[in-house]
Ligand binder design. Structure first.
Ligand code: IMP
Length: 506
């Protein structure tokens, strides 16, 4: 791994797009070959990574990806929104397979997800402020933290404090709850994530949450998690001081960061290096190196929000958001759309929307838990320029094999602004303005029309290639173009899902 500096002790792996860039493979490899500690610092159960235990695949949401390595501490840092139900469930899976779990540490001061947060997420998503949330209560948990009415993981161990803080928290939300039909809330609370109605208070028309039931259940979680809860800020500080190798595992991606992403269609934490370092109790100055991960030469997005290069535009967005659409439904609806060597898919003759369906199918771009289709678009340089500016210039390109059978590959090099006059700082955007570095605001991006440069594809199977020099010339041309246009250095190229299908800097 020549790209990894000898002196690096803390390394962050960060998504450069909208999440799902394939970070897991790098985290896994780096955990096995390099790290002493793996730590998460942002997001919550809205993230997901697949862990294979024997022949079975499990999607884990909160436990860090290094959990299958018992010699390495796995830390859930203070910046994570912790739903104790999810952690307990994930620990149970590991224990049922006789796997070690005592190397998991959870920050005593991490944000605690409450049943009310899951309800609020669902209520908000049913209204006009919909962002396509994963409905894991993450946004409302962070909101409560900033409103200074949030709870922390340590409250699971202190009955009186839990009771008092929960009471205040629920009082603050009572007015919002009253603005919804009680039956609507009751239906939501029947969801399995809310223990099928266990927290609903049936006989009191003024109150929806049964605080006794919540306290009892949360104290039970506290007992189950007790051995894992600790001051992980101190632990991380000591780890840095003693020169341990720390791998910071990013969740989501830069374009979903509440600070640097396509606001307001973002998640509620800063999933860049800054937020991640802070979320494990470190300073960004403690991070020696960052590896930004981007899919190539396409992108994907889950949920709402602008996506200038989306194949099939609004039609794709509508289809992917449609209730009940999953991988299987899509396959039934469009059985003949696919890419293969014998059936290449050509962007000059195929309607954009179907190009998107084909790439989605070939790249298996469906939610790991829900099976829902991810929106798919061409690689977007203005967005990469922005993300690399925020996160850093060493990058890995993943999923390269997905476009093996595309005769033509389009790279978005800039946008033409086609919207109302708007001020961005001291610069006014007017109709026809050319933009080369994305301004990541939804109300600007939604008026950006992509300009494309078209490259010939390589039309051959690259999944067996292990050396950069053996990659097709057409593919390397596109990589060089991206490197020079976005001023990034490609340190790693991923040509398939397996760990060995990875080409490191030579
Ligand atoms: P939330 O964080 O669940 O509220 O979701 C906010 C937005 O971020 C939605 O558009 C989600 O689809 C998106 N999002 C959150 N987590 C992930 C992720 O791990 N991968 C991709 N998109 C995500």
């Amino acid at each position: 791994m020549n790209w990894l500096n000898e002196s690096t002790r803390t390394l962050a792996v960060i998504g450069l797009h909208f999440g799902d860039e394939g970070k897991g493979k790098f985290v896994d490899k780096l955990t096995t070959d390099w790290a002493d500690i793996v730590a998460r610092g942002t997001g919550g159960a809205n993230a997901g990574h697949t862990i294979c235990i024997g022949d079975e695949k499990h999607v884990f949401h909160l436990i860090p990806s290094g959990i299958l390595h018992p010699g390495k501490l796995n830390v859930i840092g203070n910046g994570v929104a912790v739903d104790p139900r999810v952690v307990v469930e994930e620990l149970d899976i590991l224990k049922s397979k006789n796997l070690a779990t005592d190397h998991l540490r959870i920050a005593y001061n991490a944000h605690l997800v409450l049943p009310s947060h899951l309800v609020i997420d669902r209520l908000r998503e049913s209204g006009s402020g919909k962002v396509g949330s994963t409905l894991r209560g993450v946004g409302p948990t962070y909101v409560d933290h900033y409103r200074r009415i949030g709870l922390q993981v340590r409250d699971l161990r202190n009955k009186d404090a839990l009771w008092k803080k929960l009471k205040l928290n629920l009082e603050e939300h009572a007015c919002f709850m009253r603005s919804f039909d009680r039956e609507v809330i009751r239906d939501i609370m029947e969801h399995e994530h809310l223990l099928e109605g266990a927290y609903f208070r049936p006989n009191d028309l003024n109150v929806v949450f049964d605080s006794d039931a919540i306290v009892e259940q949360y104290l039970a979680y506290g007992r189950l998690l007790a051995q894992h809860i600790e001051d992980t800020d101190a632990l991380m500080y000591q780890a840095v001081k003693s020169g341990q190798r720390i791998l910071l595992e990013g969740a989501q991606g830069t374009l979903l960061s509440e600070r640097y992403g396509t606001y307001p269609y973002v998640t509620a934490s800063d999933c860049t290096t800054t937020g991640l370092a802070q979320g494990v109790g470190l300073s960004v100055r403690d991070v020696d190196q960052t590896l930004g991960i981007a899919k190539a030469f396409y992108m994907s997005r889950v949920g709402g929000g602008p996506f200038p290069t989306e194949m099939g535009g609004e039609k794709s967005e509508r289809w992917c958001a449609k209730e009940g659409v999953t991988r299987d439904v899509e396959l039934r609806e469009y059985p003949s759309v696919s890419i293969s060597k014998t059936n290449p898919i050509d962007s000059t003759t195929t309607e954009d929307f179907f190009m998107g369906v084909a790439i989605r199918r070939h790249g298996n771009e469906y939610g790991a838990t829900t099976g829902r289709p991810r929106r798919v678009g061409w690689f977007d340089l203005p967005l990469l320029r922005h993300a690399a500016h925020v996160v850093g210039r060493d990058i890995a390109l993943t999923m390269l094999d997905v476009l093996d059978a595309c005769p033509e590959i389009k790279i978005c090099t800039g946008y033409i602004y086609a919207g109302p006059d708007q001020w961005v700082g001291n610069r006014q955007l007017t109709d026809g303005h050319v933009i080369s570095c994305a301004v990541p605001m939804a109300d600007i991006l939604e008026h950006c029309e992509p300009l494309y440069k078209v490259f010939p594809g390589w039309m051959s199977d690259i999944t067996g290639i292990r050396s950069r020099k053996d990659l097709p010339r057409e593919l390397l041309n596109i990589v060089s173009f991206i490197e020079s246009e976005a001023r990034v250095t490609t340190r790693v190229l991923s040509v398939g899902p397996d760990r060995e299908q990875t080409i490191f800097d030579e």
